[in-house]
Design a protein around this ligand. Structure first.
Ligand SMILES: [Zn+2]
Length: 147
């Protein structure tokens, strides 16, 4: 039996191969991705509402009058004719804007009252909401009491 070429040395490397504990933190890091679908919905809705508003004005060719305002509308133009949008629509558009803003600030989907994360299905159904169901219910109850 020749001594020498025996077994390869298996150096026990620190177990990097060990599967790292799969801790998942769904904090605020990738909100853009998480709410991408909702953002698209909001932007689409916003655009549709603005176009509708234009049509609703005393301008039969409303849409032609404002070719593709959505993308690069100056704030001025927007402001001008949002003044003529019915109040209710205006309020909703404002809510949409605020929701989009919250996405930019990575605070979208956080309940304003209890600061819990609002469940995705609720956001999908009511993307402009700023309250979780519980807080919304509470708020409604409070409003009733106040009357
Ligand atoms: Zn809440």
């Amino acid at each position: 039996m020749k001594a020498g070429s025996s077994a390869k040395r298996i150096s026990p490397t620190p177990s990097a191969a060990h599967s790292a504990p799969a801790k998942r933190r769904t904090k605020t890091s990738s909100q853009g991705k998480k709410y991408e679908a909702i953002r698209r919905d909001l932007e689409r809705q916003r655009k549709a509402m603005l176009e509708e508003a234009v049509e609703g004005l005393a301008n039969p060719n409303g849409q032609e009058a404002f070719p593709d305002i959505s993308d690069q509308a100056s704030a001025e133009v927007e402001q001008n004719f949002s003044m003529r949008i019915r109040e209710r629509e205006q309020r909703l558009i404002k809510k949409i804007d605020e929701a989009l803003e919250r996405m930019d600030q990575n605070i979208y989907g956080i309940c304003e009252r209890c600061e819990e994360e609002i469940p995705y299905p609720r956001l999908k159904a009511r993307p402009v909401t700023t309250l979780c169901i519980n807080c919304k219910t509470l708020e409604e109850q409070e409003e009733k009491v106040r009357r």
